[in-house]
Design a protein around this ligand. Structure first.
Ligand code: MLT
Length: 411
């Protein structure tokens, strides 16, 4: 019998979203009538149709694949040049940011990227995460053996937890101690908080001063509407020397079911060897990609490229406006219900305080049983999320309006 990776045994029972799905399934089986009016605002999964520009581009790509002369087999592992160029030009260079196409690595999703990135880091790093946090950052560190066991609050030994609370507007304070790796996500999942330019400048300054690598998850950058707020970490001077950025087409282009994302690793970004000497991270990730990944599909990459055409950009804008319109309605409904509300302004998540005395899972049950609405319990994102819940704005307008009515009717 082969030895197993016992780090997996340290993980809490289930990944948050499958756990919610399990509870919802039990509820729908026990209450078939209520199940018919169930509205899902739990997992942040897009609901609206794929943009037309993407569909046309993908159809065309399928037709190309149907002819021997234009058929595509394995593509470049790091992504087709046409997509890397489109990303570099539109997302970075057009905004005055110095990122080259060959610093972009196309993949099939940010969940995989934020987990897989640990492959290129050694063991023994001091790692900081926010609390609450997107659970993937924590669980993948547990799987990799970068943590001790979980305590009674679910906090893993060895990790530095940066508490995000109303006091700091849910934006992590700079730690007093030196860490080697830090994960930040803005606009934030789950709290919907956004970091200001000054806050990100302070983070980059800290990272440069402490040789810290910043893993910056910007999967929700398209939802930033305030022009003063940075959409990429590379808008901050010095970030090329300390930060990796994760980006995704899931939420802006409606690609959760299509699968395409990318990682930016500047060639100037260094890690350190045991002997203290520096080594660039870019060739390590490139090598990892070539060995463990055969590239996102040609058809999907042609679809992603279409998001950067004029039609594609206009259609993305419409999608964002739709979801942010939903977020505004949810924010208003929760405020009217007298609940503390954060997020939902530059992010598609609304972060809401539970009515007094209720825990996050009690609120989950109340919403499920009394309103037949699925939300995400804040405690599932970490102990600092206890007493909060998250509502996802990814839904149809009609469903969101109905959710608002049901929130108003809650006793
Ligand atoms: C969420 O609900 O937090 C997201 O859907 C998770 C993800 O994007 O993987």
């Amino acid at each position: 019998m082969a030895l197993i990776n016992e780090n997996y045994l340290k993980l809490k029972a289930g990944y948050l979203f499958p756990e919610i799905a399990r509870r919802v399934k039990a509820f729908t089986e026990a209450n078939p009538d209520a199940a018919k009016r169930l509205i899902r605002c739990g997992i942040g999964d897009v609901t609206e149709a794929l943009p037309e520009a993407v569909r046309y581009a993908m159809h065309e790509a399928v037709d190309e694949m149907g002819k021997r002369e234009s058929f595509h087999g394995y593509g470049p592992e790091q992504g087709y040049d046409f997509l890397r160029q489109a990303i570099a030009k539109n997302d970075f260079q057009a905004r005055g940011l110095n990122i080259e196409a060959d610093e972009i690595f196309v993949s099939d999703g940010s969940k995989c990227d934020t987990g897989n990135i640990l492959d290129i880091f050694g063991s023994g790093n001091k790692i900081a995460i926010t609390d609450p946090v997107y659970p993937v950052y924590v669980d993948t560190n547990v799987m990799n053996g970068n943590t001790g066991d979980a305590d009674e609050n679910g906090a893993y030994g060895g990790l530095v937890y940066l508490k995000c609370t109303p006091e700091n507007n849910f934006v992590a304070d700079i730690p007093k101690e030196k860490v080697d790796l830090v994960y930040l996500c803005y606009p934030n999942n789950p709290t919907g908080a956004v970091a200001t330019r000054a806050q990100l400048e302070a983070w980059v300054k800290y990272c440069l001063a402490n040789d810290t690598t910043l893993l910056y998850d910007a999967a929700y950058e398209a939802f930033i509407r305030d022009p003063e707020l940075p959409r990429s970490i590379y808008e901050i001077e010095g970030a090329r020397e300390c930060a990796i950025e994760f980006r995704s087409f899931s939420k802006n282009g409606g690609f959760t079911g299509v699968r395409c994302a990318f990682v930016v690793i500047p060639k100037t970004l260094m890690g350190r060897k045991k002997d203290g000497s520096k080594h660039p991270l870019h060739p390590l990730w490139s090598r990892r990609h070539s060995t463990k990944f055969n590239g996102a599909s040609y058809i999907v990459q042609r679809g992603a490229e279409a998001l950067y055409t004029d039609e594609g950009k206009a259609q993305v804008k419409e999608l964002i406006e739709h979801y942010m319109g939903n977020a505004a309605l949810l924010v208003e409904a929760c405020k009217k219900a007298g609940l503390p509300v954060y997020g939902g302004v530059n992010a598609p998540y609304v972060w809401v305080g539970c009515p007094s005395g209720l825990s996050s899972w009690q609120m989950f049950d109340k919403m499920l049983n009394e309103a037949n609405v699925v939300i995400t319990p804040g405690s599932g994102f970490g102990s600092a999320g206890e007493g909060w819940f998250r509502i996802s704005a990814f839904n149809s307008r009609a469903n969101v309006e109905e959710v608002c009515r049901r929130i108003a009717a809650l006793k």
